[in-house]
Design a protein around this ligand. Structure first.
Ligand SMILES: [Zn+2]
Length: 356
């Protein structure tokens, strides 16, 4: 992707890149590929109104699904930008890490998941317009709301390929997952689940750093468009960013750590695999409030669905304990304080639901 001079959303190259991405998806059997059109309007980073494109690849469930299973989505953005000069539409913008890395992870995960069983629909998105103000994701999220898509989770991968910066900081063992303080979506719980899943089934040598914020200071990402429309979304981003490489001619393939990028791609695939095979989330997850030394949780179970109980101290950000409890509708933990711990129940592979 870096071999195009630029992938600026306003450049003619954008259409070539979109064609290339669409062909990559079309080479995967069962992919339903859509090149989605939307309009961008003249602004600070847009020279003129224009009809532009981004690419969607959907994979319908290939095993028996439950009742209207939610769509599991992940993506990255294909557009790049060079902000070192005035002619930002023709300047060299290789964008290897921002966000060639996220697109690579998206294509790789799509190839892997297409051949695996999944009872939920999968949606792989290669956005454009990100650098002009999240325009592609805005168009898609607005459409998803209008058309009532049951979007269950969106993983936005943006700058996930480099493990060191020019200040000498290096970390190839962690990836940051940003989630907002936003009780209207399950984003924080999705992030917490990703951290847990990574510890349990993740790629060797990778752990998640949870960051309880929507994004970094002064920066944005496509997850925000989905959050705005009430969808659950998180952002994955490397730990040691090099700002001198971002949005410059120096965002080059030689600065990508391919082993690190591969681990981050695998984490995405593992999360998509997990969520897309999960039964429906439990409803009415309730803590028995009677005063005793036990913690007893009940919920409305779906027959045949297996559940997992999770718990952590009220001060801990992560699910430090869990127990597989099978196809039941209640669980009791003797001698474990309900007041000093937070409990949650999740369907196996799904986002845990806190007991209240
Ligand atoms: Zn980006």
């Amino acid at each position: 992707m870096s071999s195009w001079n630029t992938r600026n959303t306003s450049s003619p190259e954008l259409f070539e890149v979109a064609d290339w991405v669409a062909d990559q998806f079309r080479s995967i059997p069962t992919a339903q590929v859509e090149v989605m059109h939307y309009k961008i309007v003249q602004g600070p980073r847009i020279p003129a109104d224009k009809d532009v494109v981004e690419v969607l690849a959907t994979f319908p469930p290939n095993v028996q699904a439950g009742v209207q299973p939610g769509i599991v989505a992940m993506g990255g953005h294909m557009d790049s930008i060079n902000m070192t000069g005035t002619d930002v539409f023709t300047l060299r913008a290789p964008g290897a890490n921002d966000d060639g890395s996220g697109v690579a992870a998206t294509l790789a995960s799509a190839r892997w998941m297409a051949a695996r069983p999944h009872s939920h629909p999968l949606l792989f998105i290669v956005f454009s317009g990100e650098e002009q103000g999240l325009l592609g994701s805005e168009a898609l999220a607005a459409r998803a709301l209008k058309e009532n898509w049951p979007l269950e989770a969106v993983l936005s991968n943006d700058i996930i390929g480099s493990s060191e910066n020019l200040a000498g900081q290096k970390d190839s063992g962690h990836v940051r997952v940003f989630s907002p303080d936003n009780s209207k979506t399950e984003s924080r719980e999705l992030a917490r689940y990703i951290e847990w899943l990574c510890r349990r089934k993740g790629p060797h040598g990778l752990r998640v750093n949870l960051v309880f914020r929507e994004d970094r200071f002064g920066r944005g990402g496509d997850q925000s468009s989905f959050l705005k429309y009430g969808f659950t979304a998180v952002r994955l981003v490397e730990v040691e960013e090099e700002y001198a490489h971002e949005h410059t001619p120096n965002d080059l393939p030689q600065f990508v750590d391919y082993d690190y990028l591969s681990k981050n791609a695998r984490l995405n695939a593992i999360v998509v695999d997990s969520l897309s095979n999960a039964g429906p989330a439990p409803t009415r997850v309730r803590m028995d409030r009677r005063q005793n030394h036990d913690s007893t949780i009940t919920w409305t179970a779906v027959p045949g669905v297996k559940y997992v109980a999770y718990w952590r101290a009220t001060t801990s950000p992560t699910w430090d304990h869990f127990k597989e409890i099978g196809a039941v509708d209640h669980v009791q933990f003797p001698m474990l304080s309900k007041d000093d711990n937070i409990f949650a129940i999740g369907s196996e592979g799904g986002i845990p639901v806190e007991a209240r």
